[in-house]
Design a binder for this molecule. Structure first.
Ligand SMILES: Nc1ncnc2c1ncn2[C@@H]1O[C@H](COP(=O)(O)OP(=O)(O)OP(=O)(O)O)[C@@H](O)[C@H]1O
Ligand SMILES: Cc1cn([C@H]2C[C@H](O)[C@@H](COP(=O)(O)O)O2)c(=O)[nH]c1=O
Length: 198
């Protein structure tokens, strides 16, 4: 089974991906917990170019190409081999992030995103959890966490609001696969909502 977690920066998806992977392993399943951009050595190199790059280094179009290239490597080197071996794959972000970040929030590039996806990726998760959290709360969690903001987190509250809207719209666009999960409250409460949906 192939499961992805999606949502705005700081919504809690890494925490929830880890909790779900731990819970499935405790039930005896073999689970590969991975992330995007990254999840394979080559894709982690592309991640450094993308996420740690300076402010306006890349256009939204170039970002779309780079995220897609990273995803192709992740798919070839990590996701497909794990699924072929009968393992469950839990990924922190996948193609929906490109649909929302590059396709909607950074520009009106959804047609390009879809063409790149069809050309180079062509698969979707079986199930996607979108962690839905108020952007101000997510920003507050990020500030409490401390450390360096990444290039996208520094784009501000209005950008995060556009993202949140874009992620909610995914649940309507892909109702068979995408589940919107209320991300408010403590992590264990959010995890319980995810288990109920699973
Ligand atoms: N339900 C929760 N309540 C309060 N704090 C939380 C909750 N879930 C996660 N956090 C904390 O909020 C911060 C962001 O969480 P996490 O890294 O899981 O989010 P994320 O969506 O993966 O963020 P990013 O996209 O920025 O990597 C972390 O410090 C984490 O410990
Ligand atoms: C896969 C993907 C990611 N992004 C953005 C979203 C985040 O701001 C960063 C990744 O950082 P995280 O803390 O590991 O979530 O990259 C994007 O814009 N497009 C994508 O396809």
């Amino acid at each position: 089974m192939f499961i992805s977690f999606e949502g705005i920066d700081g919504c809690g998806k890494s925490t929830q991906a880890r909790l779900l992977a731990d819970a499935l392993r405790a039930e005896g399943r073999a689970v590969v917990l991975t992330r995007e951009p990254g999840g394979s050595p080559g894709a982690e190199e592309i991640r450094r170019l993308l996420v740690e790059g300076a402010g306006e280094r890349w256009s939204a179009e170039t970002e779309c190409l780079l995220f897609t290239a990273a995803r192709r490597d992740h798919l070839e080197r990590t996701i497909r081999p794990a699924l072929a071996a009968g393992q469950t794959v839990v990924t922190d972000r996948f193609a929906d992030s490109t649909r929302v970040y590059q396709g909607a929030a950074r520009g009106d590039l959804r047609a390009l995103v879809d063409r790149m996806h069809d050309l180079a990726i062509g698969v979707e998760p079986d199930l996607t959890f979108v962690i839905d959290l108020d952007p101000a709360t997510a920003l507050g969690r990020g500030i409490a966490r401390g450390g360096a903001e990444d290039r996208f987190e520094s784009l501000g509250l209005d950008f995060q609001r556009r993202l949140a809207q874009g992620f909610r719209a995914l649940a309507q666009e892909f109702p068979a696969r995408v589940r919107l999960i209320d991300g408010s409250g403590v992590a264990d409460d959010v995890a319980a909502r995810i288990r109920a949906a699973l």
